[in-house]
Ligand binder design. Structure first.
Ligand SMILES: [Mg+2]
Length: 231
């Protein structure tokens, strides 16, 4: 598949990196249940619950894996990582029921592709669930980076850099768009422009602390930022 991109005159944007959940698709992943499932696994092997209390789900898995590795070695750490992954996948698979495209996702992806803008999905979901939800939503994207594709995950900029390398686009010519503050933090750390998609159930000042370049309440609001004046 071609990854030829064309920077837009006026905006200089050549690629858009999309978050998946809440941005391109709607799922019903119960993140509280996922967190509880992971916490059960990591405390079961002796990791103190208070050690991971302030970490996000993938952060707590990373911490617990390193904790076990330091005490019991690589095999035990790998076993823990597999159990934690299974707990996450279980919650993700349950969230697939009723999944579908987010408003205007197909339209916006098509508009960008039509104008030679590269697109990628950068998600913390596993590949199996990512592919399943995209199929359910009837969406596709030429470059997809999941948590199975690297050791570091948003808000770390590493997966964004990996996606941009695949698209052959420098960060300054790209936009990261997502519905979560971690998407904006990751984009800023990667050196991309950032667009926050404000979901209807979030407070109007949800993005205030991370200050994306633009906040939109509808994915189509991204298009003028990327494309500039209409063709
Ligand atoms: Mg999201």
């Amino acid at each position: 598949m071609s990854t030829q991109t064309t920077p837009r005159p006026g905006t200089g944007i050549a690629a858009v990196l999309f978050d998946l959940d809440g941005t391109l698709v709607t799922t019903h992943i119960d993140f509280a249940a996922m967190r509880a499932g992971v916490l059960a696994v990591v405390t079961d092997v002796g990791v103190p619950a208070e050690d991971v209390a302030g970490l996000d789900i993938l952060g707590s898995v990373g911490y617990a894996t390193a904790w076990v590795r330091a005490r019991e070695g690589e095999a035990a750490a790998a076993a823990l990582a597999r159990r934690a992954e299974a707990a996450m996948v279980e919650a993700e698979l349950r969230g697939l029921e009723g999944a579908g495209p987010a408003p205007f996702a197909g339209e916006v992806l098509a508009a960008l592709a039509e104008r030679g803008i590269g697109t990628a999905i950068v998600t913390r979901n596993c590949r199996r669930v990512t592919e399943a939800v995209l199929a359910l939503a009837g969406l596709s994207c030429p470059v997809i980076l999941t948590r199975d594709d690297g050791q570091r995950h948003k808000p770390d900029p590493a997966p964004l850099h990996a996606a941009l390398a695949r698209l052959r686009v420098p960060p300054a010519a790209a936009v990261m768009v997502g519905d979560h503050t971690m998407d904006i933090i990751a984009g800023r750390a990667a050196g991309t422009h950032t667009v926050g998609l404000l979901l209807p159930d979030r407070p109007p000042d949800y993005f205030a602390a991370v200050a994306p370049d633009l906040v939109v309440s509808d994915l189509r609001g991204l298009l003028p930022f990327v494309l500039g004046t209409p063709d």
